[in-house]
Design a binder for this molecule. Structure first.
Ligand SMILES: [Cu+2]
Length: 681
């Protein structure tokens, strides 16, 4: 049974996950359960069991209305869980909604045939096993490269997306009655001598496509003439670095230690998933798809965000040479950031006085597992918050900025995404994404010169790293001082019509009142921001609605929206990333995923473009802000073998939310540990 103290937003416990899985097994129609097994599977020889696959088991979060009905949430209400299962031998998928306490099945719906739920960690491993066991892959590896033992073969599992328009054909749309294919394309790499060798230095010109439902390879693409596998080792693993002759005396001189010390412990309080720090309160959530979710974010008990998370990411690759026209990923919808979340390491990933939150997820057998230390929470010194010196008297007042950081890290195949929410004492919230990890490299295409790829950068001999984008989408259920919110666009413009000296410039405010009007892009020439205000709460000083502004991240150059052409399938699926701002009326749980619920092989035009077509009224009410942003990644040799972090993100900053500097009451700082090391005092 669920614990009596469970909050409606608490994720499912291990016990609850097991119970829900059992309910689904018990309720699953016998006719389907006893269906015939797939044939000709590469894995049959391996003796793999045919079984119903649990795609995810997660909390079905309540609506705002349901949540407010239970007051402060301490009262036990009937939480609900959501379970997605796949039946490989029919190609069907079913979504169950089940009451967590009574275990009553509230709803069952069959997913439209052919729509594919995301690729789970188990699916990724299975795709690699199928590929490595495939007779044709074995034959081609022998024929093309003289390799018979595939122990060192690495098969990176990439989602397959729509192949039209303008993309390399790949037929997964089976005729009626056939089992729909559930496809994973596998980019192949070689490891030189052992499992620690960096495979991305050894890309192989061979692209098998696996059908997970059929359990076999259904397509292999390669160039007419095999390229030699690049064999120069380029490593980052500490053991390999030690032994590699090209880095003799590997480690530079170690610097003196830099430790973060909080002698009296951290300043935050944690009660279950409820966090209190300085004037902030928030609730920590986590699920298989979004990873970290923030609920009920308040400053000084005034609401700011009802819910916030990262809900999608479009990663198109810009190589027109087949088969790379198919290379793109929607990392949130395709793989699930929660599923890809790493267990963090104290003193390495996280420095200082850390509180960790674990995450509980389900594997494809419906069994719970725990990602220990999935979310890190700590405090950071963030330089000065404010300062002034009265130069006549020499008196100085300064306050240091301390911020609360909540973060998690996802490894999506080759790449690492580091997600950080920062809460500052002045009411500012920042969201920063750091991008690192390994470039997804490829053998240079036969169409390219050997040493100068047109659509990528040579990062090692024979190793091409293609140009690509990472376009993210954050979903913000805003609640600025309450539920009644409105959005406007603020541009800073010159006004040469006023006065004769033409010295006038200032903000021009445009209310965003319908969905189509609210599809907006950044304009750094106008310092464009978007203001979210509460018309029913006036600031006593300005007599205007209290507000926060959404500021696109200013670190680094201004970044464009999605750069793929208007007819490209990636653009049609990732249309959310063709604008930086969308605003919709709150519609939970129907409107959660900006590129659609099913992104793998999914239809074009789903999500935000579809919802906003009706041009609904957004002049005021419960609103959702969708902010798309990202980076264009022109790989550098310096990004190989592992990439120093790139940054992107945005800020939410109070603008007329307070009557003055909210940190004026911060006591003067003192640090007993800071020392003067200068010899000339
Ligand atoms: Cu990149």
């Amino acid at each position: 049974m669920s614990p009596v103290t469970a909050h409606m937003l608490d994720e499912l416990s291990s016990e609850e996950i097991s119970q829900l899985a059992k309910v689904v097994r018990d309720n699953f129609p016998n006719s389907i359960r006893t269906g015939k097994a797939v044939t000709n599977s590469s894995l049959e020889e391996e003796g793999e069991e045919k079984m119903m696959l649990f795609n995810y088991i997660t909390l079905a979060e309540p609506t705002r209305k349901e949540l407010s009905a239970c007051g402060d949430g301490d009262v036990v209400h009937e939480r609900r869980g959501e379970v997605m299962i796949i039946v490989p031998w029919t190609g069907e998928a079913y979504k169950y909604v089940i009451a967590v306490k009574s275990l009553e099945v509230v709803k069952v719906e069959q997913v439209k045939k052919g729509q594919q739920p995301l690729i789970t960690p188990d699916d990724c491993l299975k795709a690699e096993r199928i590929c490595k066991n495939d007779q044709k892959v074995k034959a081609m590896m022998k024929e093309r490269y003289g390799i018979e033992d595939l122990t060192m073969l690495v098969c990176d599992p990439w989602s397959v997306h729509v192949t039209e328009p303008g993309m390399e054909p790949l037929d997964w749309r089976k005729d009626d009655g056939e089992i729909p294919a559930r496809l994973v394309q596998t980019f192949l790499y070689w490891r030189d001598d052992d499992l620690d060798d960096n495979q991305y230095a050894h890309p192989i010109d061979l692209l098998p496509v696996v059908d997970l439902n059929a359990g076999k390879v259904v397509d292999i693409t390669c160039q007419d003439v095999a390229r030699e596998i690049p064999m120069k080792s380029v490593n980052y693993h500490r053991e390999k670095l030690k032994s590699n002759s090209y880095l003799a005396n590997v480690w530079r001189a170690a610097m003196k230690p830099l430790e973060i010390v909080q002698p009296e412990g951290a300043a935050f309080e944690v009660d279950g998933r409820l966090v209190k720090w300085d004037k902030w309160t928030l609730r920590v959530g986590f699920n298989y798809r979004e990873g970290l979710v923030l609920h009920d974010v308040k400053y000084d008990n005034r609401p700011i965000l009802h819910r916030a998370s990262l809900v999608e990411m479009a990663v198109p690759y810009a190589d027109p040479n087949p088969p790379y026209t198919r290379k793109c990923a929607f990392d949130v919808g395709d793989y699930g950031l929660g599923y890809c979340t790493d267990s963090l390491e104290l003193g390495c990933d996280c420095l200082g006085n850390i509180h960790y939150f674990d995450a509980t997820l389900a594997n494809s057998k419906g069994e719970p597992y725990v990602i220990k230390k999935a979310v890190c929470m700590h405090e950071e010194d963030h330089g000065l918050l404010w300062k002034h010196v009265e130069y006549r008297t020499g008196h100085s007042e300064a306050r240091r900025s301390r911020r609360l950081v909540l973060s998690f890290i996802a490894t999506v195949v080759n790449y690492e995404y580091l997600f950080y929410y920062y809460f500052q004492q002045d009411g500012t919230i920042e969201f920063e994404i750091k991008l690192t990890g390994e470039l997804s490299t490829n053998a240079i295409s036969a169409f390219e010169s050997n040493d100068d790829p047109t659509h990528g950068v040579l990062v090692a001999p024979g190793v091409n790293s293609q140009i690509h984008q990472h376009m993210f989408c954050a979903r913000l259920d805003v609640a600025i001082d309450g539920n009644e919110n409105a959005v406007s666009e603020i541009d800073i413009c010159s006004d040469i019509s006023t006065g004769s000296c033409q010295n006038v410039f200032g903000p021009v405010t445009t209310p965003l009142v319908t969905e189509l009007q609210a599809r907006r892009v950044c304009d750094s020439t106008k310092a464009r921001v978007w203001k979210i205000s509460n018309p029913s709460s006036l600031n006593p000083v300005t007599k205007k609605p209290v507000s926060y502004k959404l500021i696109p991240f200013t670190r680094g150059p201004a970044m464009p929206t999605l750069l793929t052409g208007p007819e490209c399938a990636v653009t049609k699926k990732g249309e959310f990333a063709t604008k930086n701002l969308w605003v919709t009326p709150y519609n939970w749980p129907n409107e959660r995923w900006p590129a659609g619920e099913f992104t793998v092989q999914g239809a074009l035009g789903e999500g935000l473009p579809k919802w906003t077509k009706d041009d609904r009224d957004i002049s005021s009410g419960e609103l959702v802000i969708w902010h798309a942003f990202g980076v264009v990644h022109i790989p550098r040799p310096e990004d190989f073998p592992v990439m120093p972090v790139e940054h992107t993100g945005f800020s939410l900053k109070p603008d007329g939310f307070f009557t003055g500097n909210p940190t004026i009451d911060l006591p003067p700082p003192k640090s007993g540990k800071s020392t003067c090391c200068s010899t000339k005092l």
